[in-house]
Design a protein around this ligand. Structure first.
Ligand SMILES: [Zn+2]
Length: 164
């Protein structure tokens, strides 16, 4: 619990000087970012975003899952975003396991059966970006006039490289 306590304490300090109370709910740049939960990624910083600028949807890998699409639909239909940037990154944990390995590990460590799960690991970083951009383009819940781009973020340099 130590980390939660630290976080709550840090928030006390944050709230004391908080002055962004008047921001509108709709993202100012009309941008949604889909990226990985990796602790080394700070999308607001590496994309030059301010509070209120963009929706940042995160999951393991930054994959275009059903829940990511759910968030994008709400982002676009209710809150006016019209561009999506999909960002995967170097040294991602998703490159390090297979579904079978994780299913085996869950069985060993938890005694649970996860054999029906797809944890969406990948072995080719650029291909996974292309696959997820393509999945979003194919979704009938995301209109054709939404611009969707993909990129790879390098955790070693902080640089973003667009994937065509
Ligand atoms: Zn990752």
């Amino acid at each position: 619990m130590a980390s939660i306590d630290q976080a709550l304490e840090a928030n006390e300090r944050y709230a004391r000087s908080f002055d962004k109370h008047a921001l509108p709910k709709a993202p100012a740049r009309r941008l949604a970012v889909l990226t990985c939960m990796d602790a080394r990624l700070d999308p607001q910083s590496f994309l030059g975003l301010e509070l209120g600028d963009a929706h940042v949807i995160r999951n393991a890998g930054g994959r275009a899952t059903e829940d990511a699409v759910r968030s994008l639909v709400i982002s676009q239909r209710l809150l006016g975003t019209n561009e999506v940037l999909v960002i995967h990154h170097t040294d991602c944990g998703m490159l390090t396991f297979s579904n079978q390995e994780l299913v085996d590990r869950i069985r060993e460590e938890l005694g649970a059966d996860a054999s029906g799960w797809d944890f969406l690991p990948f072995s080719d970083l650029e291909q996974s970006v292309r696959d997820d951009v393509e999945a979003l383009r194919r979704s009938e819940l995301i209109p054709d006039d939404v611009r969707i781009a993909g990129a790879v973020y390098d955790v070693g340099t902080g640089r973003l490289r667009e994937v065509g």
